[in-house]
Design a protein around this ligand. Structure first.
Ligand SMILES: [Zn+2]
Ligand SMILES: [Zn+2]
Length: 427
């Protein structure tokens, strides 16, 4: 019996990381061979593995070195972590890579003489993107449509992955596609994040480190999780989920900044203008249009580069400057003609927030949309509509706060509830 790659751990010969796997170091990202590990041991019992001779089929990666270099160097979309890791691997020089394994579990190797062997998981898993497209269109009764995506050089495919999966998407997948000679379009880019840790530890299903989606939804509303996960998305460095941090972003950013701004504007519209969008009757607060446009443009750029956390920060800057607008203009103390223009532009900001938050907080964005007096779905409106104000005369329903703060007691109860759910599942 042979140990699978991931069950052999040891020290990475490149970076010295002590928990590198037989096929890859998750610290520096390099592709490894079990025999390259320093001090290799069995991940289950810790004893040193015994080397045995077997026969394998190899993928001749060095043959593709030049083409892959060209592909990586000319790919302007790749985020810095993917570009650097891929260039490092190419600089180290590609080595032939065994694509068969002596494991029972896996896709059977289809080569003559390879009976009983399986395919190395990362050689077939990435091809699942293509098989999934083929299957999808077969089920729709359009068996040839997959070609429109995979064989069209204009296709832009984007892979959302953690940094440990970079080489499989920027080296192995393009190498397989190139080697096939089938004219497949290569990955356009990867949206590769750093790691999100759970209270300082690596998420692990087997070690029960983390919160599972069904548990998460039992204890807090889905939009709170969506908000916190985007706010903590590890776009430039590893980030750490803690309950304190979760509570902080929900209370300070979602509730006090965003929720508060929206509620203040809606309440003001009711108190001052009977719940009807006022017609702007002066130039007071007009400068804020520029702020809406500026944040909109920044958020658009970040979204288009798949930097969702950065986009969310821009969006939150808009609600934060919206709060400053109200604090500095004090429309409740202004005469009607001046107050009308401040409230008008503030309502425009709420609309821009509803549209721009839709990809991140679909439920709350729809509620904001309805609180602005719209009766249709915000999802039916274009992103660009964030730049057009709410029409004067539109009637707003009774305002209700969008979010509530999370207390220490709420967190304590949530953690206890998760424990309960787990012990119920295990017994
Ligand atoms: Zn390493
Ligand atoms: Zn063992």
């Amino acid at each position: 019996m042979f140990l699978p790659d991931r069950f052999i751990v040891g020290t990475c010969p490149y970076c010295g990381y002590e928990k590198a796997y037989g096929d890859q170091c998750e610290n520096c990202g390099r592709l490894l061979e079990p025999t390259l590990l320093i001090n290799p041991r069995c991940a289950i019992c810790g004893s040193p593995p015994v080397l045995k001779t077997t026969k394998h089929w190899f993928f001749d990666l060095p043959k593709l070195q030049g083409e892959l270099e060209k592909y990586i160097e000319s790919n302007k979309q790749l985020p810095p972590n993917a570009r650097n890791m891929s260039l490092q691997i190419l600089r180290d020089g590609l080595k032939p890579r065994a694509l068969t394994r002596d494991n029972k579990w896996g896709i059977p190797a289809p080569f003559p003489g390879a009976e009983g062997k399986t395919i190395y998981v990362w050689m077939e898993a990435v091809l699942g993107y293509i098989s999934a497209t083929i299957e999808y269109f077969e089920k729709k009764g359009e068996p040839d449509r997959w070609r429109d995506f995979w064989l069209d050089p204009a296709t832009k495919s984007v892979y959302f992955i953690g940094k440990d999966n970079i080489p499989f998407h920027t080296i192995i997948l393009p190498a397989l596609l190139l080697a096939s000679g089938g004219g497949y379009v290569l990955p356009w880019t990867v949206a590769s994040t750093e790691y999100l840790l759970f209270r300082g530890l690596k998420f692990s299903k087997s070690k029960r480190i983390g919160v599972w989606a069904d548990e998460a939804l039992e204890v807090f509303p889905v939009d709170y999780w969506r908000f916190a996960l985007v706010a903590l998305r590890p776009e430039v460095r590893d980030t750490n989920f803690t309950w304190e941090e979760f509570q902080r972003v929900i209370n300070n950013d979602l509730n006090d900044n965003l929720g508060n701004f929206v509620h203040r504007v809606l309440v003001l519209t009711h108190r001052r203008f009977g719940g009807e969008v006022p017609k702007p009757r002066s130039s007071r607060g007009e400068w804020f249009q520029e702020e809406i446009r500026r944040r909109y443009e920044q958020a658009t750029r970040s979204m288009e580069s798949f930097r969702f956390k950065e986009a969310l920060q821009e969006i939150l800057m808009l609600s934060s400057s919206g709060n400053s607008l109200l604090n500095s203009e004090r429309p409740w103390e202004l005469p009607d003609d001046e107050a009308s223009s401040v409230v008008y532009v503030a309502l425009h900001a709420v609309k821009a927030l509803a549209i721009m938050l839709h990809p991140i907080l679909p439920g709350s964005s729809q509620r904001m949309w309805e609180l602005l007096g719209y009766q249709d779905r915000v999802s039916e409106h274009s992103w660009e509509e964030a730049l057009s104000p709410v029409p004067p005369g539109q009637k707003l329903p009774e305002p209700r706060p969008l979010f509530t703060k999370i207390s220490d007691e709420d967190i304590k109860r949530a953690v206890e509830r998760i424990e309960e759910l787990r012990s119920a599942r295990e017994s």
